[in-house]
Design a protein around this ligand. Structure first.
Ligand code: NAD
Ligand code: TYD
Length: 352
């Protein structure tokens, strides 16, 4: 019998890669992609699989508890992979409440809907909550890494809202026996990334010959993972992770922001046929982000030893693939920057 799996936030960056992977790898599943289509949701990300017989799109808001209860009553979901979130730290600094609504209230609504629908029948169910390494706070000592046992210390409204949602997920395991699993991943990069985040913003601005805004001195460090490697880790953990457990996912790939921007400039100069050193002249140091976390770095040993997952791509290869994708998909970028992508849902789904 077909198993119904609900993936939330599937029109976003990481969610679209997870949806595609599940739709293609598991024809025995029917994937329901629930997404509110906020500014970050873009159905063009899923154009290649939107007609697949085991895929359905559902437009809806996880902040609406009644809507979720109805959806769970209508479909006997075997599992949930929860990615829907407000995800950008800078936006969380200007509008923290939006992060409380979606990331905290929305997650609790989803937990409640699953708990009610699965009451008395939790066997073979799974509630997978996708989280971030930012819940652990920041690192200073170069020898230190985030472990699954690292104490939570969120420092931005974004990471505070994700930490809160993680606590609720664990509380539902402990209190109601909801079969949950959580993963905390480092920074992702790759195709379909909204150009407000570092990597796609820099690629976009280099193409457009616009200033490249580097916060502070550019010395903050992030650990970068190719998005398809994250989607594969989610697949592995969804199917083989243990209930009530947490798995860290990371790229073993730390870069200072300024070094990453310089590398991107170098790759883009080659690809665009510009003289070496041209794009880096666009680098502009700007006022630092408030409360800017210094360094994130994941120790993903547990995932490797227990479930055999490791990153597959070297950074140079992943970054080149990413740059190539943006260069060959400039219409995607144009549609996102012009706002046209938001008309895609109406064109594809309204009146169906
Ligand atoms: P994104 O911002 O690209 O996409 C988020 C998606 O959620 C969008 O499609 C949006 O429309 C949808 N959404 C937002 N609010 C909603 C609501 N109220 N109801 C229904 N849908 C809603 O985010 P992303 O970068 O793909 O991140 C996905 C998940 O992975 C998030 O939970 C994030 O915290 C986590 N994560 C992201 C990274 C990263 O580097 N981007 C790293 C680790 C973990
Ligand atoms: P971002 O992509 O927003 O991810 P996060 O803050 O969740 O790690 O930012 C990555 C790093 O790049 C972070 O240290 C902030 C920095 N940054 C810039 O220097 N300039 C920018 O324009 C952006 C968006 C980020």
């Amino acid at each position: 019998m077909t198993k119904k799996i609900l993936i939330t936030g599937g029109a976003g960056f990481i969610g679209s890669h997870v949806v595609r992977r599940f739709v293609i790898q598991y024809p025995q599943y029917h994937i329901y992609n629930l997404d509110a289509l906020t500014y970050a949701g873009n159905l063009e990300n899923l154009r290649d699989i939107e007609e697949a017989p085991n895929y359905s799109f559902v437009k809806g808001d996880i902040v609406d508890a009644d809507f979720l209860d109805q959806l769970f009553a209508e479909h006997d979901f075997q599992g949930v992979v929860h990615l829907a979130a407000e995800s950008h730290v800078d936006r969380s600094i200007t509008d923290p409440l939006a992060f409380v609504m979606t990331n905290v209230i929305g997650t609790v609504n989803l937990l409640n809907a699953a708990r009610k629908a699965w009451k008395g029948n939790m066997k073979d169910r799974r509630f997978y909550h996708v989280s971030t390494d930012e819940v652990y706070g920041e690192l200073h000592d170069p020898g230190e890494f985030f472990l699954e046992s690292t104490k939570y210390d969120p420092r931005s409204p974004y990471s505070a809202s994700k930490a809160s949602s993680d606590h609720f997920v664990r509380a539902y395991y402990n209190t109601y026996g909801l079969p949950v699993v959580i993963s905390n991943c480092s920074n992702n990069y790759g195709p379909n990334h909204f150009p407000e985040k570092l990597v796609p913003l820099m690629i976009h601005n280099i193409i457009q010959n616009k200033p490249l805004p580097v916060y502070g001195k550019g010395e903050n460090i992030r650990d970068w993972l190719y998005v398809e490697d994250h989607a594969r880790a989610i697949d592995v953990i969804y199917h083989r992770g243990a209930n009530g457990e947490t798995y860290n996912i990371g790229g073993h790939n730390e870069w200072k922001n300024i070094d990453l921007v310089l590398l991107l400039c170098q790759i883009m100069d080659q690809k665009l046929g510009r003289a070496e050193g041209t794009s880096q002249q666009l680098i502009t140091y700007v006022t630092d982000r408030a409360g800017h976390d210094l360094r994130y770095a994941i120790d993903a040993t547990r995932l490797k030893e227990e479930l055999g997952w490791e990153p597959s791509l070297q950074f140079a290869e992943g970054l080149e693939k990413t740059v190539d994708w943006y260069l060959t998909n400039q219409t995607w970028l144009d549609n996102v920057t012009s706002g046209n992508y938001q008309k895609y849902y109406d064109a594809m789904y309204e009146g169906r």
